[in-house]
Design a binder for this molecule. Sequence first.
Ligand code: SF4
Length: 359
Amino acid sequence: MRTCQETILRRKSRRVMVGSVAIGGGAPISVQSMTNTKTDDVAATLAQIERLHSAGCQIVRVAVPNQNAVAAFAAIKKRSSLPLVADIHFDYRLALAAIDAGADKIRINPGNIGGNDKIQQIVKKAVAARIPIRIGVNSGSLEKDILQQEGGPTAKALVRSALRHIELCRQFGAEDLLLSIKSSGVMETIHAYQMIADKTDVPLHIGLTEAGTVRSGTIKSAVALGVLLYHGIGDTLRVSLTGDPVDEVTVGLTILRSLGLIHQGINLISCPTCGRTEVDLTSIANEIEKRLAGVTKSLTVAVMGCVVNGPGEAKEADIGVACGKNSGILFKRGKIIRKLSADEIVPALIDAIENWQEV
Ligand code: SF4
């Protein structure tokens, strides 16, 4: 397998624990998601958490919009296989109740909690419960004075708001903090995180908010998070997509893997196909990607369409197939294993991956 020669130097940050998952202080960058079931529907929410867990998600956030959701949150927490974060807006009492319900972390946007006295109550309770708080600053709910002085929800405005809230939470006794400063704009998000990176040691939760559909949101998130991660910024991430949250996890893991920040999982190489392709390579590559989504083995798998570049790429990969006319040649560790008919390609690749043994 090829390895990246360049190592990303990560920004130094404090370490906090979210349940059993460490964030910051050099811990591996964790991937988070958020359920989009109704929290009241405990069974559906737990089922989605299990799917997220299987896809590689490490921390999951659940909306807690009312008291019914608090009761459901407590039931979900008892059976969740992942550390559970309570997402709170507007009502500080929901944050207090979610902490009592066993939350592993509270996410608040201090700008919409309704005053410093209420923030103080949340902080005191979280400190007593020894759980961290994520300060989630969002371009849609910045303080009026900052908006006026900065002329709108600019990157500088996000940073000023974030620093103000960190200071406030620390005055109230919080040490275990995380910070996100999200905007739906790629450039604003990059600038805001770059500006704040050396102004605080709080671990950074990075992401682009309201990024869009799976297609456009993936692209925008990959650009924004890719730039930040390349510069060592980011201790945990969430990719926000309109759709199945499992896609958020798959995209997040792929971004980390493409920068060499994690190594587990399948690195799938497939050619774009062209007039030389004589097999349904698109279906083969999509099927392989779908079937291997939760695999944690660290492998490079090449699915190539013809004999021009195919054998070269397939040989370089751990496992590869170079296709011909309705057929393929299977490679393992650079050696030809056998010839395959078109129907045998997917099962043979899956079998080779599942039975892969490190030497
Ligand atoms: Fe075309 Fe072959 Fe290149 Fe695939 S590997 S794009 S089939 S030339």
